[in-house]
Design a protein around this ligand. Structure first.
Ligand code: C2E
Ligand code: MG
Ligand code: MG
Ligand code: MG
Length: 290
């Protein structure tokens, strides 16, 4: 069908655009009811100390399973949640769920997990976000140092008053921010010294280039050097192979995340993964249990 040319090309593309627009309207409608119909879930991907290979936390990643649409990727529905304003309630829901679940899990395991939650730029334009975070801290559901909020470069370029005030207010609660997908957005780096950032996350598109794409490896080295020079920590995401981890360790990367360690897991599977992980690392130091 894609071979159609000339006169037919226009109708072919417009049909396709029609279908996409239709789907979007439908998704919008279904997304409106996803919370009340209990269609969301949060998966958790382990984050590991790259040098010691010890688990330090998890990233919370939203999942949507709708009876009619099946599993819908967040890359597809988050932008729709943003353009419809649904992101405010959805963002609050992900945050509350993740904090509850991870603080509960931390209390039964011999380790404290830091939980990183993704937040959309728009959430910082609405006071629901600050109120949600404040409530979790005030009710002592979680300590601020066990919480991290992942934002994008785009947010840091937003110089509106509401955004910078809300960033500051949340940071004043003792919560740190990391810059997600670092290196893929904008080239102006001056925001790194203006904004309350503690960590940058090297995008997986760079990590994928190890060990074949020289340029990616050079960029990773430069990002780590710059971040450390500014006293920021570095997380590399999308690590899939031992060679990638090895290079990042050698370059002094602080934290690592990717399928090489684990895919994002539903909470019951994360628990099992962590229990295995903990019992392994308890055995390792004295070497008595082989
Ligand atoms: P992100 O925050 O950069 O999350 C990392 C994405 O990479 C996740 O995709 C994760 O499953 C995937 N990933 C992790 N390790 C590997 C690996 O080794 N190889 C490969 N190929 N992929 C890996 P996911 O869960 O589909 O999420 C996609 C994006 O959707 C996220 O990118 C984030 O921007 C957005 N998102 C997810 N949950 C939320 C949320 O609760 N709120 C907001 N605002 N955005 C979210
Ligand atoms: Mg993220
Ligand atoms: Mg990312
Ligand atoms: Mg991403």
């Amino acid at each position: 069908k894609s071979k159609q040319i000339g006169k037919n090309t226009f109708s072919f593309f417009s049909e396709e655009m029609d279908a996409a627009a239709h789907k979007r309207v439908k998704v919008e409608k279904l997304l409106r009811h996803a919370i009340e119909r209990d269609e969301f879930d949060v998966y958790y991907q382990p984050v590991v100390d790259a040098q010691q290979e010890k688990i330090v936390g998890v990233e919370a990643l939203l999942r949507w399973n709708n009876p009619e649409l099946g599993n819908v990727s967040p890359e597809y529905f988050i932008p729709i949640a943003e353009s419809t304003g649904l992101i405010h309630n959805i963002g609050a829901w992900v945050f509350e769920r993740s904090v509850d679940v991870i603080s509960e899990l931390s209390s039964v395991l011999p380790l404290t997990l830091k939980v990183a939650v993704n937040a959309s730029t728009l959430q910082f334009r609405n006071s629901i976000w600050y109120k949600t975070v404040l409530k979790a801290i005030k009710t002592r559901k979680i300590k601020p140092e066990n919480l991290e909020i992942e934002i994008t470069e785009r947010l840091l370029l937003d110089d509106s008053r509401e955004v910078s005030e809300q960033l500051k207010a949340i940071n004043d609660l003792g919560i740190e921010f990391s810059v997600d997908d670092f290196g893929t957005g904008y080239s102006a780096l001056s925001y790194l010294k203006r904004c309350p950032i503690s960590t940058v996350k090297i995008d997986k598109s760079f990590v994928t280039g190890i060990p074949d794409v020289k340029e990616d490896m050079v960029l990773i080295r430069a990002i780590i050097a710059m971040a450390h020079g500014l006293e920021l920590k570095v997380i590399a995401e999308g690590i899939e192979t031992a060679a990638q981890l090895e290079y990042l360790k050698q370059e002094g990367c602080d934290f690592a995340q990717g399928y090489y360690f684990s895919k994002p897991l539903p909470i019951n599977e994360l628990r099992i993964w962590l229990e295995n992980y903990v019992s392994q690392s308890e055995r390792l130091p004295n070497g008595l249990d082989d």
